[in-house]
Each structure stands twice: as C-alpha cells, then as structure tokens.
Design a protein around this ligand. Structure first.
Ligand code: 5AD
Ligand code: SF4
Length: 433
C-alpha cells in the first residue's frame, strides 16, 4: 500500500475533514507519521487570517526539498486555501494538485488518473460526504469530533469562510446518530458536534439543533456531549433548556462576540447589538447558572475607535468570559470588508489593543478559576499532563482543564476532582473518592 501523510492546520472542522479524507483514500493508502516516508502529502489548510496562509506557504517551500529524483511524491493542497489558490500553483510545481473542501471524493481519481483535472474547487450545495465513516486516526480513543453541518451563510464582513466552504448544509440526523452509536460502542467518552453555526442546524423543515442535541444526548447517554460554534443571533432559550435537561450535555457555551461596540458589530454584519449579546448572556446565566462562557474577539476592525475598543473591554467585564480566543483583524481579499471598508487601524494600534484585551482576559480567567477553588467536579481524564509523569490532565463539564495526581487511575475514567489551586490557564486538584 502507498503511504499518505496529512498535515492539518486551522479549526476543528479541518481536523474532522482530515479523517474523512483518510477514509476516502483508505483503500489504497496507509497513513504514515512523517512527510519523509510519504508517497502523497496533503496539507489541509486554513485561510482565516493571513498568518495561517503564510505558515502553509512556508511549509510548502520546505516540502520542495523532499521531491527527490526518481521518487514520485505528490503534494496536494486541500482545505480553505484550496478555494483561494493562486493560478500558477500547479504549473509552478508548488503543489501537484488542489482539492477544495467539497471535492475530497475526487481525490482517488485525482491521484490515480493522469487525465483527471488536478484542480477541483467547486463548492456544493448538498451534503457532500454522506455515508463516509471518518477514519479516526488523530484520536486518543476518548473524545471525537462529529461534524453536523458544513459551510456558513452569515457573511460576516471580515470572514472568508462563506467563500472557502460555501453554503450552509446540515447532515442527516440519522447519519449523525449512527456515528454517535458507533463511537459509544467503541468506548468513546466524549463527542463534540461541529459546525460554523450549529444553532442554524435544520433538517426536514422542523428538526432543529435543540432536537438534535436532545437525541444525541439520549443516544450517547454514556458519553459527554459538547458543541461548537454558536452564533449569538441564533442561540435560543430552547437550546439552553435542552442543555439544562440533559446532565451529559456539557455546560460550556462558546459564543463569539467579536466586538462590544454595536457600531462595529453593524459593520461586521453580525446582526446583533451589544445589548442583544448581553441579553443572551443573561439567559445563559439564568437557565444554566453553572455554565462557562467563552468567546472570540477581534481587535482593530475597520473604523474601530478608542471608544469602540473600550466598549469591547467593558463587554468582557460584563459578560465575565471564562476564556477567550483573541485576534488582530486581518484583512482577507474577497470579503465585503476588503472590498468596501478601510483597514484603517494602524498595526501598532491593533497590537496595543489586542494586548489590552489579552491582559484583561487573563485577569477574568484567573478570577473565574479562583471561584472554582474548593469545588468538586466530574473530570474526564484525558492523558498525561505536561507538568509531570505523575499527573493527568482532564476537563470538567465547563471545559476547564484540570491537572491532578494520577493515583492509579487511567485515561478515559470519569473522576471526582476537588480544586485546590489554580493558574490563569489551569485548575489544579486532587481526586476525591
Ligand atoms: N481577522 C481576524 N480574525 C478573524 N476571525 C475570522 N475572520 C477573521 C479575520 N479576518 C476570527 C473570528 C472568528 C474566529 C474563528 O476567527 O473571531 O470567530
Ligand atoms: Fe465566518 Fe461569521 Fe460564518 Fe463564523 S458566522 S464562519 S465568523 S461568516
């Protein structure tokens, strides 16, 4: 069998897709651990910010060195950058072929048929990968990702995803539930349902995300269930109530705010105001008092004033985010913002604002962790901690990482751990029996 090496960049969706790709190619290719051994190298890429694309271009330059004479190595570009490739990448042998996120079914043909087109980037409007069972090669056998929808229809003005991944499509719930059953039978302990905007999951007119979550929680009742990402405009009380009703649905909501200024949110086409966002936070606190809330924030979007930046800082304090992913705005060609708005916040100002946002979040995360000292949580042990061989790390329902002495336990076990200390990034605890 020939050897396949896949390198994945970017979001969890890409990691899930790499397992679909491995499955599609599994008749002829065996996965290998290094690029050096491979007959085919695939880079599953991300376009969300410029530095993500820069990293991949640098890696492609490095990989050129592997093209030894006589060895028929093929290098392919897949994922979001495939949808945005530049015309001469195949001709100039930077890559041998290009397959966009909806074209992975063509990979066997691209690889075996010299006559087949080497560039396939068309986007689909149907569920592209129904019937494919992902080859779970990246897993620890404890937690797995299950994608429930593809694409995005929101067209936030800064974002390339609607262009690289195309229109929103939901997967058939029967397929999703079958995948959940299989994972449960194989002994998995946790699944994370993935979509760019899971709250707009819809099947057959009336079966939405709250129904799917309830069915997944019942079908996988021996597992924990997580999901990401929610769009604030579509996060319903019905979903929060479904989360409250099922103990195995984890109590963490990732709710990207992006900005605390209604004016910036309008220019971002987020379709909610600061007040709408805080109203959703209020609902979460009311219906799920034990839940943690995490977010994504962008500093230095087009036209962001010092007051807008202050509004983001004050939103962070009001929402009391438990953790956050924070970015500097990066203009992406082809988006509405690139075409119609001026990227007018100087880079030093973006950096300074981002640093303030990060510093504030560090304080908020630390306070959030301090509030947990003395509490006991159910923790799913995932593996050895970086700190020492004697410790495991795991997560609680709230998605906080907890490090604790192993004391003869095994990864995959659900343990009661009492928190006795913390850092800004992790909780430290001890198993209580
Ligand atoms: N620049 C900076 N951050 C971005 N994101 C999406 N597009 C951009 C961009 N052009 C961030 C958003 C989104 C997360 C996945 O990436 O915060 O929620
Ligand atoms: Fe991008 Fe907005 Fe869609 Fe998220 S919701 S993928 S930020 S367009």
């Amino acid at each position: 069998m020939k050897q396949l090496y896949i390198e994945t960049y970017g979001c969890q969706m890409n990691f899930a897709d790499s397992e679909v790709v491995a499955s599609i190619l599994s008749d002829e290719y065996r996965l290998c651990q290094t690029a050096q051994e491979a007959d085919v190298i695939l880079l599953n890429t991300c376009s969300i910010r410029e530095n993500a694309e820069q990293r991949v271009l640098k890696r492609l330059e490095e990989l050129r060195a592997l093209r030894k004479k006589g060895k028929s190595l093929k290098i392919g570009l897949i994922g979001c950058m495939a949808s945005r490739y530049q015309d001469n990448w195949v001709e100039s042998h930077l890559v041998d072929f290009i397959a966009g996120p909806d074209s992975y079914r063509f990979l066997p043909e691209i690889l075996s048929d010299a006559e087949a087109p080497q560039i396939r980037t068309e986007l689909s409007t149907d569920e592209t990968y129904s019937g494919i069972i992902p080859k779970r090669y990246q897993t620890n056998g404890i937690s797995a990702f299950v994608s429930i929808m593809r694409g995005c229809n929101n067209f936030c003005t800064y974002c390339v995803v609607p262009y690289t991944r195309g229109r929103e499509r939901s997967r058939n719930p029967e397929d999703i539930l079958q995948e959940i059953r299989t994972l449960s039978e194989k002994g998995y302990k946790e699944v994370t349902l993935l979509g760019q905007n899971v709250n707009s999951y819809l099947w057959g007119g009336g079966y939405g995300f709250p129904q799917l979550m309830a069915d997944v929680a019942k079908t996988g009742h021996e597992m924990r269930v997580r999901f990401t990402t929610s769009h604030p405009k579509d996060l319903s009380d019905e979903l929060l109530e479904t989360m409250a009703a099922h103990p195995n649905i984890c109590k963490n909501i990732h709710l990207p705010a992006q900005s605390g200024s209604s004016e910036v949110l309008r220019r971002m086409n987020r379709k909610y105001t600061r007040e709408d966002y805080l109203e959703r936070i209020g609902s979460i606190r009311r219906i799920l008092p034990e839940a943690t809330i995490s977010t994504d924030l962008i500093s230095g979007f087009c036209g962001e004033t010092p007051q807008d930046h202050e509004a983001t800082l004050s939103l962070m304090r009001e929402a009391r985010f438990d953790y956050a992913f924070m970015f500097k705005y990066s203009e992406r060609s082809g988006t509405y913002a690139a075409k119609h708005l001026k990227d007018d916040v100087p880079d030093e100002v973006k950096t300074a604002r981002l640093e303030e946002v990060i510093a504030l979040q560090r304080e908020l995360s630390y306070e959030s962790h301090r509030r947990d000292i003395g509490k006991t949580f159910e923790v799913l042990a995932e593996g050895p901690s970086k700190r020492s061989d004697e410790h495991f790390f795991g997560r609680n329902s709230q998605n906080k990482v907890i490090v604790f002495p192993k004391e003869g336990t095994q990864p995959g076990q659900m343990l009661n751990v009492t928190v006795n200390n913390c850092t800004t990034a992790t909780l430290l605890g001890k198993i209580t029996r």
